[in-house]
Design a protein around this ligand. Structure first.
Ligand code: GTP
Ligand code: GTP
Ligand code: MG
Ligand code: MG
Lengths: 292, 277
């Protein structure tokens, strides 16, 4: 892991007196390598290393008896800073029904996460309503309806024969009539470069006025995370991020890239396929993973 | 970035950035650069264009695994699909079956994902669209039992190719990998040479984790081929360079969209060209 690699760098210093610029450069090279292996975007790593260097040439490292540990501490602190210092809750205040819309690439976990969030909110005493607005993918509506049954949450019924904006509009009216306070809209997976489908998202936003637009991203995403997140954010504007499939061994560097480019908070992480596998995001656990 | 430029540190750094941002592992990029430096010396390469060509041919050699094409015979030819969650296994089965039907082959679908909500329904929709029968049990059934029944049906019906769809699973989940091994064992008990193909589906937007996926899945159920999906996005899928170099598994197809026609045979040359575009 990074601590061991940095200790090895600084071990060669024992008895050579003060740390030099070159020692720091070696240490930074190890940090850079660790971050790239963790899937943090190349340019994000470059900026990050610049910030680390400024602190690393300061007295906290140069005059430390354990410079390796000091560098790890600085990297850890900067990661936490970048990942978002504290947990950021869903924005649910205001006129009901409050609308949450989930967006993202194909297969990232939107449908499963929609049901997870519904279950989460129900446990907190809210009255959620699930809306299957994916009319493209085979059996997508059946998938959400099955999950809503498992979550014990009401689901808007549709047969995929109307456009997603219509489904959203009617579902929100239904929720109002039923006295349900939170509408959770599952959308079809789409590419950030698909102009027509990004336009469809804008149209849905216009119709549904969501208070939260959550970008659902796979924790295993690689270098392209920056590109993808920026495009979704610029096209429709995201208010938060959900990082899924994080319970595997993906280092999760994509989180850093997405945070760096959108500055939006990571609200939840998906830690499994079951509906209770949703956790509120805390940055320090992910920081440790990214460092390896 | 290549034309008329002299080969200096700045150019080499730009090349490193290009390859790393394409998701090729840093260790693999290091190896590529070591080979490149030898090439530069051996052939006295002095301009950007020649350098680019040398670089391309090094990477091409890594991904162009020498393997005969998939025969899709003898019947019933059993093809087991595996991979982590959401990569495109089910959709890719539909695409492969579509190609085989157009070649006059008679496929069969086996719905061995009995766990995920509406997974069976999803495969049923594709079966209906392609006019391909689907062997399935109820939600929650034993995936191996479904696979067994699928092989039985394939033999009885004289089907040419059998696609066994499995649930997405993270390679780190021991019990799920054991389940996959069991599906394979059950298939093997039924037909000795089966599964004739075990195809690992990888998502081109994944980064270094795809290497772990390839290693672990290959360990559990020897992978005969890789299918790289979602290359219609902006990710380059460069991790397959590392995977091919290390595991020598042929990349067979690429997924380039969500429709049944959106599958193409893997072209090493086009793939390497795309890395540099
Ligand atoms: N291991 C794991 N799997 C997950 C997690 N979240 C979702 N999945 C799985 O990922 C796969 C894809 O999930 P979906 O909810 O269908 O993804 P989606 O974004 O709705 O997909 P599209 O609608 O096709 O774009 C399924 O197999 C889910 O069970 C998670 O946190 N961990
Ligand atoms: N853009 C694009 N989308 C794809 C491609 N292949 C599959 N998809 C989409 O990716 C999503 C997931 O596809 P599935 O076939 O359900 O993936 P899976 O691996 O079977 O998922 P699980 O069974 O849940 O693990 C769907 O929305 C597909 O339409 C591709 O090549 N390009
Ligand atoms: Mg979905
Ligand atoms: Mg599937």
């Amino acid at each position: 892991n990074l601590q061991k690699r940095l200790d090895a760098v600084f071990k060669r210093l024992k008895g050579y007196g003060r740390l030099t610029e070159e020692n720091i450069q070696d240490a930074l090279r190890e940090v850079r390598l660790a971050l790239l292996e963790a899937d943090v975007n190349y340019k994000v790593v470059k900026d990050f290393i610049k910030r680390i260097k400024e602190r690393a040439v300061g007295s906290e490292v140069m005059e430390s008896l354990t410079p390796g540990q000091q560098v790890v501490k600085i990297v850890h602190d900067e990661l936490i800073e970048l990942l978002g210092r504290s947990a950021s809750p869903l924005s649910l205040a205001g006129r009901t029904p409050v609308v949450i819309m989930l967006i993202g690439l194909q297969g990232s976990g939107k449908t499963t996460t929609s049901a997870k969030i519904a279950r989460f909110l129900k446990k907190k005493g809210r009255r959620p309503y699930l809306v299957p607005a994916d009319v493209a993918r085979p059996a997508a509506i059946k998938q959400l309806m099955a999950l809503s049954g498992q979550a014990g949450v009401d689901c808007y019924e549709t047969e995929a024969k109307e456009p997603p904006q219509e489904i959203a509009r009617k579902a929100i009216m239904q929720a109002s009539l039923k006295g349900l306070d939170t509408v959770i809209i599952d959308t079809a997976g789409r590419l950030h470069i698909d102009e027509a489908l990004m336009g469809e998202l804008r149209a849905m936003k216009e119709t549904a006025s969501p208070q939260e637009i959550l970008f659902v991203a796979d924790a295993m995403t690689g270098q392209d995370a920056v590109n993808i997140a920026r495009s979704f954010d610029e096209a429709v504007g995201i208010t938060g991020i959900v990082l899924t499939k994080i319970e595997g061994d993906a280092r999760g560097g994509a989180a850093l890239s997405i945070r760096a480019v959108t500055q939006k908070p990571i609200k939840f992480i998906g830690v499994g396929e079951k509906l209770n596998d949703l956790e509120v995001f805390y940055p320090d656990r992910l920081a440790n993973r990214i460092l390896g | 970035i290549f034309r008329k430029r002299k080969i200096d540190d700045e150019l080499l750094e730009e090349l490193e950035e290009l390859l790393v941002t394409g998701d090729i592992s840093v260790s693999c990029v290091t190896e590529i650069f070591e080979r490149l430096k030898k090439e530069i010396k051996r052939n006295a390469i002095s301009d950007g264009d020649a350098l680019k060509e040398a670089l391309k041919s090094i990477i091409l050699e890594m991904v162009d695994i020498d393997a005969p094409p998939i025969p899709w015979a003898p019947s019933p030819y059993i093809c087991l699909m595996a991979g982590v969650n959401g990569v495109g296994k089910t959709t890719t089965i539909a695409k492969l079956a579509n190609i085989l039907k157009s070649q006059g082959k008679n496929p069969l679908f086996v719905a061995s994902d009995t766990f995920r909500a509406a997974a069976i329904d999803q495969l049923l929709v594709w079966g209906k669209r392609l006019n391909i029968p689907v062997i399935h049990h109820q939600q929650g059934a034993d995936p191996s039992a479904v696979a067994y029944d699928g092989i039985e049906a394939a033999i009885k019906r004289g089907v040419d190719v059998v696609f066994v769809d499995t649930a997405g699973r993270l390679h780190t989940k021991v019990n799920l990998m054991e389940e996959l091994k069991k599906i394979r064992r059950v298939i093997k008990k039924h037909i000795e040479d089966a599964p004739h193909e075990t195809l690992l589906v990888l998502d081109a937007t994944n980064g270094q984790n795809a290497l772990n996926q390839a290693r672990q899945f290959n360990e559990a159920t020897p992978i005969s081929g890789i299918i790289l999906t979602k290359l219609d996005g902006t990710a380059k899928g460069g991790i397959v360079v590392t995977i091919a170099n290390e595991l020598k598994i042929p990349i067979r197809y690429i997924g380039i969209g969500e429709k049944m026609d959106d599958l193409e045979p893997f072209s090493p040359k086009l793939f390497v060209d795309a890395l540099f575009s």
